[in-house]
Design a protein around this ligand. Structure first.
Ligand SMILES: *[C@@H]1O[C@H](CO)[C@@H](O)[C@H](O)[C@H]1NC(C)=O
Length: 403
């Protein structure tokens, strides 16, 4: 009996040691977040091990979460849900059942998951789309784009681009009773990246008749120049998206080799090309003071032993939409950008908001002092966080007013 008790106490102590991480006071429901994070970390370790022994690719293991949360296209009392394809790209379409007089609005939604994970079919995304469709009386197109490592840049971008272009055709808009002047693109994390990139590129496409009225970007990834911004430093080990995972996502998107991945981790991956673009992502110039804090600006790549010219796509604006000049930004639609204080990507979003504003674009930058990356995915029991629900409500409210 005594022995059992000792073992029990030991296991508990070990568990507590594994689970406990110091989290900022500002974050709510900290113990729950620690537990969620411990599960994520365990899966990450399992994925690393699995890759090490040659069982499965790291991302293939990580995909179990996506698959586990997958739900079918079932209609409910408010919304008709259907899986279909737009020009061969799979999409899940949500249409409000009630047909009010007049045309409807539409949101083309792009899920997150680092270009490697996630799906429109995941329960939290499915719930978000239903809620948006119902509350906005809007048609929601949730895009099931191809993922890395099987598919690399620009496949993900191209899939989303194809869907947006297809949907903006006059006959398609008519088919869905959508007002051509009230279409949004939106996404979270890697989905925010794809939404921002498509919003930029579609403006220059002469074959596209319609246009995007607003872009709503939830904690988007926007730049590949500097993986050492104050938010990357401050939140290097925050739950859900540690810096190592974010950089790994980028490298998987491009199909970088191990040596380039190492340079990216060390922020020494700059090239002559990226030096010319580095001003666009210079946080010393584009971040408000409250985000710069006491961090010292070090131009990226200064310690680079050799330039990494082997994957030029790393600085392609279709992958890194912050890396364009003001003349491109000026043409962009009304923008909603969400950032979280405890997120490595905070400064990507904050810099984009600043630069868009400076270029004369109307921007609402909603910054959450009490939130973390991925929060809008945590809305179902037992991993539900009040902050996730709050962010979704604000997001829908913004679309209600501005779309
Ligand atoms: C970044 O911005 C700061 C402040 O505006 C400036 O002094 C510095 O030269 C810039 N660095 C790069 C690499 O663009």
């Amino acid at each position: 009996m005594g022995n059992k008790l000792v073992v029990f106490a030991l296991v508990n102590a070990l568990l507590a040691y594994y689970i406990y991480i110091p989290l900022p006071e500002a974050l709510g429901e900290r113990w729950k977040l620690m537990l969620v994070d411990a599960c994520f970390r365990s899966l990450e370790h399992l994925a690393e091990l699995s890759e090490l022994v040659g069982f499965k690719h790291y991302m293939e293991m990580m995909m179990v979460l996506t698959t586990a949360e997958s739900v079918g296209p079932s209609s409910d009392e408010n919304v008709n849900v259907m899986d279909t394809t737009f020009n061969q790209v799979p999409v899940r379409v949500y249409e409000p059942k009630i047909l009010l007089p007049g045309l409807r609005r539409a949101v083309i939604y792009i899920h997150g998951g680092g270009w490697c994970l996630g799906s429109a079919k995941m329960k939290p995304y499915d719930l978000l789309s239903r809620k948006s469709a119902t509350e906005l009386n809007a048609v929601i197109i949730s895009v099931e784009y191809r993922l890395a490592p099987e598919h690399r840049f620009p496949d993900q971008f191209n899939d989303v681009y194809t869907v947006v272009k297809y949907f903006l055709q006059q006959d398609v808009l008519v088919q869905y009773s959508v007002d051509p002047a009230r279409v949004a693109v939106s996404g979270d994390s890697a989905g925010g990246n794809l939404a921002a990139a498509v919003a930029q590129q579609i403006r220059e496409d002469r074959d596209v008749q319609g246009e995007i009225k607003v872009q709503a970007l939830i904690y988007p990834a926007l730049q590949t120049i500097d993986f050492n911004t104050p938010s990357y430093q401050q939140n290097e080990n925050m739950p859900i998206l540690p810096k190592t995972l974010m950089v790994r996502f980028w490298s998987e998107y491009f199909g970088c080799d191990k040596s380039l991945l190492k340079m990216m981790m060390a922020n020494s991956h700059s090239t002559r090309e990226s030096k010319g673009l580095s001003n666009f992502a210079n946080w010393s110039a584009h971040l408000p003071e409250e985000f710069r804090k006491d961090y010292k600006y070090v131009p990226p790549g200064i310690e680079s032993p050799e330039p990494s010219g082997n994957v030029p796509a790393v600085f392609d604006p279709r992958a890194a939409p912050l890396l364009v000049g003001d003349e491109k930004l000026q043409a962009l639609p009304h923008t909603y950008i969400v950032t979280c204080e405890y997120d490595v990507l905070r400064d990507d979003g904050a810099m984009y908001a600043r630069r868009l504003q400076a270029a004369g674009v109307q921007v609402t930058h909603e910054h959450y002092e009490d939130s973390f990356h991925g929060a809008i995915m945590f809305i179902t029991w037992p991993t539900d966080f009040a902050i996730g629900q709050k962010m979704i409500s604000h997001y829908i409210e913004w679309l209600q007013k501005n779309l």
